[in-house]
Design a protein around this ligand. Structure first.
Ligand SMILES: [Zn+2]
Length: 325
């Protein structure tokens, strides 16, 4: 019947979905990930979740063409291993492809979450029909997926797309990765949250919206900037400035048709983020590269969790990287 099974393993939740090749979802489930500290055990539980889904949906495994898994980096894409992502304690070396292949007897493809989300936005979201696209995740950290010439760019050992750690300042702020001046150290949710809690005026609007300095997140800065608060507007300007530096580098390197921005940028919206960002990029890139470039919010939102894994399966079946079990 041409079904695809997608599994999205995040730091806080796991989602699974059965869909056809048009992205139409037939059945789905999700729950908090709740890591046990033992990746093998967590994966066994995910297998049980999926078995439950197939049983309830009355779907036989032999009607599934492929299984696609989206999981955090680092990974060994050739061996199908997840190799100890910081937000998955106990997943030091988990053989995702082998375990799922043994459980379901179908081809399994594994991809990092940023690439998987980029594939989903490309197939079914803001980049539909394009052949050159860059997608930036923009949540706790900054990940990227790059489609160039209609192919996912994977790089050596799947290492392409680490735009979040390209320098935008030198020497710059320390980054969680150990380097300094990385894009993520300026616009990543975790880094920005830390800075805001340190620098936001204790009696200011941002702190008031958050109910105290120590509860501030980027959400409160966006809300305060919408009201015109000066501190919040300056923070958004800083966010746009550093993001623009990274985007200009991408424009000159890849000449994308569309740049799709996720979580924080999407939440900040047109007036606070996209309009000023486009203007900065236009000023700093050649006219012929910037003219028709679209810089737009991600379109899939919560649907990403359903479609990321499904798109990894589609991509794997198309033979564009990834391997069968
Ligand atoms: Zn870094």
């Amino acid at each position: 019947v041409g079904r695809l099974l997608g599994i999205d393993i995040g730091g806080t939740k796991v989602a699974w979905a059965l869909a056809d090749r048009s992205g139409s979802v037939e059945a789905r489930g999700r729950r908090p990930l709740d890591p046990s500290g033992d990746g093998e055990q967590d994966l066994d539980r995910i297998v049980a979740d999926v078995e439950g889904l197939l049983e309830r949906a009355g779907v036989a495994t032999d009607t599934i063409d492929a299984i696609g898994v989206s999981a955090p980096s680092p990974q060994d894409p050739d061996a199908g291993l997840v190799l100890g992502p910081p937000n998955l304690p106990g997943w030091a070396q988990v053989a995702v492809r082998a375990r799922l292949g043994a459980a379901f007897g179908r081809p399994v493809f594994l991809e990092n979450d940023a690439n998987a989300a980029a594939l989903a936005e490309w197939r079914f979201g803001a980049g539909r029909g394009r052949s050159d696209l860059v997608y930036l995740t923009m949540s706790t950290g900054v990940g990227a997926g790059i489609i160039a010439g209609g192919r996912l760019v994977q790089g050596r050992a799947g290492g392409a797309g680490e735009v979040g750690h390209a320098p935008v300042e030198h020497p710059g702020e320390p980054c969680a990765c150990g380097l300094r001046g990385c894009l993520e150290a300026y616009v990543g949710g975790a880094a920005w949250t830390k800075r805001l809690r340190r620098t936001a005026p204790a009696t200011g609007r941002v702190a008031a919206l958050a109910g105290g300095s120590q509860a501030i997140t980027p959400v409160h800065v966006v809300a305060a900037a919408q009201e015109g608060d000066a501190f919040a507007c300056a923070e958004l300007e800083r966010f746009n400035e550093y993001l623009a530096r990274a985007l200009v580098g991408l424009v000159f390197t890849l000449a994308p048709e569309v740049i799709v921005l996720g979580t924080i940028a999407s939440a900040a919206g047109e007036r606070l983020c996209f309009a000023p960002l486009r203007e900065k990029v236009r000023q700093r890139a050649w006219e012929r590269l910037a003219r028709d470039l679209e810089i737009v919010p991600a379109a899939l939102g919560e649907q990403t969790a359903d479609l990321a894994g499904v798109c990894v399966a589609l991509h794997g079946l198309a033979g564009d990287g990834g391997g069968a079990s």
